[in-house]
Write a protein that binds this ligand. Structure first.
Ligand code: ZN
Length: 157
């Protein structure tokens, strides 16, 4: 998991994944974002420089992979990790945009706390997230908290 240990700030990464058996995605490559990739990087908020998402989309396009964004919540302990209201506001635009730019594959967002994670994904031309993804790490299935799906339904309808 990504830890917020670097001065307690949120950290972020993009993963590039290819579709495998039964709708699974196999992660092929990871780009860990650096300080200069962010317009803002605090303990509670990350904002990318304008060109970063565009570069990630182009890389996914040229390698024919699905794009997965991941960021940490260094302030979240325990099982009930979820995307923040600001995360959801951003994802409401970015999710449908990326899944439109990269047709035929999902756009996945992960948020990682100290003890748990959550996820949402977009596919096709749907406005809202279609569900969550679980992770298979070293042969072990790690389940998403699914807190964000519930939260999304409450807040964004
Ligand atoms: Zn967040």
């Amino acid at each position: 998991m990504l830890e917020g240990s670097a001065h307690g700030r949120e950290q972020g990464a993009f993963l590039f994944a290819s579709p495998a058996e039964n709708g699974a995605l196999r992660v092929l490559d990871v780009t860990v974002l650096r300080r200069e990739d962010f317009a803002m990087q605090t303990a509670y908020y990350l904002e990318l420089q304008e060109n970063v998402l565009q570069e990630m989309i182009l890389h996914a396009h040229s390698t024919n992979t699905a794009l997965v964004e991941a960021h940490s919540h260094p302030f979240t302990r325990g099982p009930r990790v979820r995307f923040s209201p600001l995360d959801c506001e951003g994802l409401a635009d970015v999710g449908p945009h990326v899944s439109w730019r990269l047709p035929g594959r999902p756009y996945v967002a992960l948020v990682l706390g100290w003890d748990a994670f959550d996820s949402l994904y977009w596919e096709g031309r749907q406005r809202g997230p279609q569900g969550h993804v679980d992770l298979l790490v070293g042969g072990q299935v790690l389940r998403a908290s699914r807190e964000s799906e519930r939260f999304w339904g409450e807040v964004r309808g």
